[in-house]
Design a protein around this ligand. Structure first.
Ligand code: ATP
Ligand code: RIB
Length: 315
């Protein structure tokens, strides 16, 4: 496989609202949709849509959503040999509000995702040995995620979302690339990020906490990264300019899935090029509603990094 995902599959219940509700408030929404979500499955489908050979190790519930989700992943050309239906559990669900302007808030109930275990890593050791890139997130068992990252010898990406206030150091040490958005970075490190310059303190702190290479995504400002081997240097990659943002839900996931695709296909390219490609894919996705439904396929973006130069600069 080019991209292997160990992580979550969740069904999204999305309310579109004029603005995000305040605590205790009931709001009239404008429309409702269900969608296939969960950071793990989103990231896997993002890579698959670009043409990567993908597989996911995940768990869904014994309810109607579980079977529907399995069928959906197969239609997206994702290998599901290691997706298990757990008859005594519910499929993970997410309640999402998307405001005009695209910002969102999300509550998840992980359900069957909680049952992902060390045993599931052991049962898929062939995939762990042969795959080029592994992606994990923090919507399933943390212990199992640590084992998955420890066992994998290729390029591993950990998306530290949802963020933990006390992140076990193994999570950072065992992943080659640790990627969070600005809110997650602030929660983990205690350093708020209100400008590009602010990212330095958070990046450095995450390196001190054990990370090897850290990427922080910054919404419409793109992304920054720092490597443990050169903490003097912060590299900034801008996002594409988008006229009308419709829904940013899943933008971070399309970024991670695309990053994995480019790392698998162009492992020797400089990281700013692979991140530039991931930003282009994620910026495309914010123009359309939903999560996976907004991700571009290979016809809509550059999949060959040899044909394109993305802008970047050292801060
Ligand atoms: P999610 O809404 O899925 O939680 P996130 O907060 O994890 O997303 P962001 O940092 O908001 O992730 O965005 C990830 C990437 O998506 C950015 O690096 C950028 O490339 C792209 N992106 C997000 N918002 C915009 C925007 N308003 N305009 C252009 N690109 C955007
Ligand atoms: O990152 C977006 C995803 O977060 C949604 O699809 C939702 O399921 C939650 O996991």
């Amino acid at each position: 496989m080019e991209v292997l995902v160990f992580g979550s599959a969740i069904v999204d219940f999305i309310c579109y609202v004029p603005r995000l509700p305040k605590a205790g408030e009931t709001l009239h929404g404008t429309s409702f949709a269900t969608g296939f979500g969960g950071k793990g499955a989103n990231q896997c489908v993002a890579a698959a849509k670009l043409g990567a050979k993908t597989a996911i190790i995940a768990k869904v519930g014994g309810d109607a959503w579980g079977k529907t989700y399995l069928d959906h992943l197969q239609k997206e050309n994702v290998n599901t040999d290691h997706v298990q239906i757990c008859s005594d559990e519910t499929t993970g669900i997410a309640q999402i509000c998307v405001a005009e302007g695209g910002e969102n808030n999300i509550v998840i109930v992980a359900g069957a995702n909680e049952l992902l275990s060390e045993n599931d890593v052991n049962k898929a050791l062939d995939l762990f040995t042969e795959s080029k890139v592994l992606i994990c997130q923090l919507e399933s068992s943390i212990e199992a995620t640590i084992v998955a990252l420890r066992e994998f010898k290729g390029i591993s990406i950990l998306n530290g979302a949802p963020a933990l206030e006390n992140t076990p150091s193994e999570l950072l040490e065992y992943s080659k690339i640790f990627c969070v958005n600005e809110t997650e970075a602030a929660l983990m490190t205690g350093f708020p990020i209100n400008s590009l310059g602010d990212s330095r303190a958070a990046l450095l702190r995450m390196i001190e906490m054990g990370a090897n290479t850290v990427i922080i995504t910054l919404g419409k400002h793109g992304a920054v990264y720092m490597k443990k081997t050169n903490t003097q240097e912060i590299v900034h990659i801008p996002a594409q300019k988008i006229e009308k943002v419709i829904d940013t839900t899943g933008a971070g996931d399309s970024f991670i899935g695309a990053l994995a695709f480019y790392l698998a296909r162009f492992p020797d390219f400089p990281l700013h090029q692979q991140i530039g490609g991931a930003c282009a894919v994620a910026s495309f996705s914010v123009q359309f509603p939903g999560t996976q439904s907004s991700f571009p396929d290979a016809q809509k973006v550059h999949t060959d990094l040899t044909n394109v130069q993305y802008p970047w600069k050292i801060l």
